[in-house]
Design a protein around this ligand. Sequence first.
Ligand code: SR1
Ligand code: MG
Length: 401
Amino acid sequence: MKNYIQLNEETVVDYIKKKMDFFQEDAEFTCDEIGDGNLNLVFRVKDVKNGKSLIVKQALPYVRAAGEDWPLDINRGEIETHILRIEHELTEGLVPEVYFYDQEMYCMAMEDLNDYIIMRYGLLEFNQYPNFSEQISDFLVKTLLLTSDVVLDPKEKKERVKEFINPELCLITEDLVYTEPFHIGARNNMEEALEEFHRQEIVEDQELVLEAAKLKFDFMNNAQALLHGDLHTGSIFVNERYTKVIDPEFAFYGPMAYDIGALVANLIMNYISTKAVLEEGPLKEKHMAFLRQSIKEVIDLFKEKSYAMWDGVVKDQMAKSKGFKEHYIQDVLVNTAGVAGCEMVRRTVGFAHVKDLDSIPNDEKRIQAKKDNLSLAKVLVKNRHEIVTGEAYLELIEKYL
Ligand code: SR1
Ligand code: MG
């Protein structure tokens, strides 16, 4: 960390001018720190005169949301840069272009997506994105299937597993998603009105805790594909026409279900939020219908597109066996429901929440929404073997929400 200096709104312009020839001589700069994630500093550097801009993202040696008492591997940007470049190629641009990574400042510069909005915020404004499920299912199938043993040469795949080993960030997930929310204490963070419900319905439900333990060990041991590793709606930029996935710093070789389940869970939590916040009427109906359709399509299109792509890309001889494709995708979808349930539990009672639930202004409705979220999450984890189609999710939503 010899040459590491933490950037700020005053220093980042000079830094970027030294590093790259991106802006014009007569540029008039503005710079804002726009990071609202849990980990990094994020700056938007803009030349207001010529209308050019880029994003600078710098890692801190600790978790931003917790402070210096929680140190964290500062090299995480290197993994992120590497996977963004791989995903850019695999998905033909469903992730932003990275301009450079600076190993001394632990910092990267990348394409600014200024005509996009973070999907979580767009959904909280009740916007709909008609191309989303088509594009995100493309992202999922291409980044997951094409990085797996089904397609890659076995030696190359194992090289990649080695290259993308990400122990500190994985430990965050193992603790914050798969362990602490199923117990009392640690870094859990919940409203007092939920404490008793959490104890009875989550901690003391032994079947649930056992199933969560199985999912945790799948996460730790199933080096199936190169994951994004944190695919919630805060890691996705959208607009009316396009989708771009950002922030893959939790990337590693893990179970495909982890990406699909995190995404589906975050769509469900926006559904619960919308139901609690909006008055009955056309906007509510339209937004909830869009969310139901997106949840269904993410699952069904992942399956459909994986099947469609399989025969053309599969290299492993045994993976060509009759029935194997169906077995493989079924297994991914079973665990997708389980991951979705774990994500919904941790976003309600764990360290890192989602705005969708926390911003419900009415106390009674917010607590009820969080309880509904936990109740549905339990079903997703425990009954995951039966929840493998888009329709099955819609039936559960109808029944529990
Ligand atoms: C300490 S990091 C907390 C959460 O933020 C990230 O976005 C991941 O979801 C992580 O679990
Ligand atoms: Mg993030």
